[in-house]
Ligand binder design. Sequence first.
Ligand code: DAH
Length: 363
Amino acid sequence: MLRKRSAGSSSRSKTLLPDLKTFRTAVDALRTKLDGECAGVRDADGLEDLRNRYLGRKRGSVTLLFDQMKTLPAADKPAAGQMLNVLKTKVQEKLAALEESLRRPATRGPEIDPTLPGERLAWGAAHPLRIFQREIESIFEEMGFGIEDGPEIESDYYNFEALNFPPHHPARDDWDTIYLGGDLLLRTHTSPVQIRVMEKRKPPIRIIIPGKVYRRETPDPTHAAMFFQVEGLVVDRGITFAHLKGTLEHFLKRLFGDKLKTRFRPSFFPFTEPSAEVDIECLACGQKDPACRVCNGTGWKEILGSGMVDPQVFKNVNIDPEQYSGWAFGMGVERIAMFAYGIPDIRHFYENDLRFNRQFQLK
Ligand code: DAH
């Protein structure tokens, strides 16, 4: 064992070679090399070979370094010795650990006591929004709808133009768009996926499109810069407004109960003609409270936008509007979930507060 001495006692012999710096580099290199070689050892023979090569009495790399240390300037020897001792301990520890891990498979059986009670795992759970989205999906799946998705970064063409928003049309202002530069933007609604699907596929089409959308909003109890929508699209021969109405009424009743009252109000979207907004009765006040904060006393709550696909949209995707017709809808997932569960602030969904999240379990 080398005796310790206080460092820096002399720098006289610094000119002699090898110096402490080269020595340290050699020590570090050996340590790194050992790590690599340990990983390659598969059995006891390999381990023995490794032990010899590092710690062998005559030729072991560590042993050789001890010899080399003797040629260092006297002033450097204490530091070098300390370095080497640390290295040697490291090597011994590594080899011991390696030996232990090679032995482990044989001893594994007795180490496990199968009579002990199992450990309870912490289960993750789906986020409330995901649960609600699945509920929406399953109702449409029952009716034979497929599920599609599309990119969240969109071009102006898909988000607006192909949906019959001409450039500079004032209707674009209704969607507070986050532009990314060039032609790109974050999609403001899931409607562009209608275009992508119709470009790829000929009717009949019967799909829903759940997904994230983005708007330039300042967050408040009813607004977020990112939220979820579910889009729907049906295209076939002979599709009428009656299909739109029947399907959406059925969907809302499955979601909110058989007795639910709904109403369709004329509206405007560039990509549908005619367009309708769908309201459902206010479940918070039962249409009875003129001061109700959920429906502002109107008795109704707007739940989604819909309409018959505009013939111009069909032309944009080379579907002949003389042969085919269709309807579409789009709704905000948070908005409906808030209404269904009486959640007062949209921001609860994104705060990851488990006290909130745990209130919603899969049925
Ligand atoms: N994309 C509309 C929005 O974000 C919602 C919408 C309305 C979608 C009518 C539709 C539709 O497919 O037909 O406000």
